[in-house]
Write a protein that binds this ligand. Structure first.
Ligand code: B12
Length: 272
């Protein structure tokens, strides 16, 4: 069934949207008219330049309101998401012991020239993120965090040497799509080194989503708000899948949480 929607600002379906952008000219009445023209050329009506500020010597930053008649069918939008059942900390360790029978080895890094380690640290370091323990804290994970500015070849080499189950790749800087370039290079090296097929490749960062990661050739993508337990559970279930084992029974001593979409906390019920 169709579900038509339209953006709105004041009253539902009024079509009002807000744009902000920079023009490479000093702030002035003429620059305001140029900003309004940009909005009109984008197809907006009832255009209002709500604010224009100096942004450096020869630049202006502006906020513009306008109306669009565009409408879209929300029901027709399909987005792949990482879905998995979610076990609590103790229970996950128990089921890994029971079903995998050894520690799961993960090797991660922030690759290329990127020095933003907080994302990969949030997932891997003992302390974790948002009250959720990192992978180092799980007795049934062996988490090797190589830190920042790691060349893709070095990450692949370490993963190969450790016989890693999963490689965790983080990229924060995305200017000129460098995140995609580095990510593709890493997978090419993994293929050449013969570890691509047998290893899980997870891609994460503020501008990464599951769809992008799949398009690049990764097994999954994780964006802002991802918790280490999302990643731990995802890896466990994918390893079970790859081993051809059925998902384990739903309940154990500690109880089983509902499945969630990684990073959103959205409940999905028993999907696995
Ligand atoms: C802190 C910070 C820095 C610190 C980093 C310190 C460190 N040790 O990490 C320092 C000062 C070094 C820094 C430097 C630079 N920075 Co900086 N930095 C930031 C800042 C303020 C916060 C980033 C952060 O810590 N986020 C918190 C973490 C927890 O969030 P996260 O990375 O999204 O991680 C989560 C998820 O994405 C996911 N995740 C992430 N990775 C992975 C991996 C896997 C496998 C999985 C499963 C999940 C996962 O899980 C995490 C937890 O939920 C941002 C702006 C902002 N407010 O976001 C700019 C920002 C990222 N920096 C930016 C820039 C441009 C730079 C510099 C290039 C600036 C310069 N000209 O020198 C340099 C780059 C240096 C380099 N070589 O990389 C830009 C990037 C723009 C872009 N899109 O490319 C930003 C967005 C600022 C901006 N608005 O311009 N920066």
């Amino acid at each position: 069934m169709k579900q038509p929607i339209r953006p709105y600002g004041d009253r539902k379906d009024d079509g009002v949207i807000q744009l902000s952008f920079v023009l490479p000219v000093p702030a002035s009445e003429k620059a305001k008219e140029a900003a309004a023209t940009v909005a009109k050329k984008l197809g907006l009506s009832h255009v209002l330049v709500a604010c224009m500020e100096k942004a450096g010597e020869d630049y202006s930053f502006c906020v513009v309101y306008g109306r669009t008649h565009m409408q879209l069918d929300y029901a027709a939008i399909e987005v792949p998401t990482v879905v998995h059942r979610k076990h609590g900390f103790d229970e996950l360790n128990e089921v890994i012991q029971r079903d995998v029978g050894r520690r799961i080895v993960v090797v991660g890094a922030c690759i290329g020239t990127d020095s933003h380690t907080t994302g990969i640290d949030a997932i891997m370091n003992m302390k974790g993120f948002a009250g959720d323990y990192g992978l180092e804290r799980y007795p049934l994970f062996r988490a090797i965090n190589l830190g920042s500015q790691v060349e893709p070849a070095a990450l692949v080499a370490r993963a190969k040497a450790e016989n890693a189950d999963a490689v965790l790749v983080s990229k924060v800087v995305t200017q000129r799509d460098v995140h995609k370039e580095d990510a593709r290079a890493l997978l090419d090296i993994a293929r050449a080194e013969g570890i691509f097929e047998k290893t899980l490749f997870l891609f994460g960062g503020p501008r990464v989503d599951h769809k992008t990661a799949l398009e690049l050739g990764f097994d999954a993508g994780f964006g802002p708000g991802t918790k280490p337990s999302d990643v731990a559970n995802y890896i466990y279930y994918r390893l079970l899948e790859r081993a051809g084992k059925a998902p384990p029974p739903q309940q154990t001593a500690h109880g089983t949480q509902d499945a969630t979409v990684a990073g959103t906390g959205e409940k999905l019920g028993d999907t696995l």
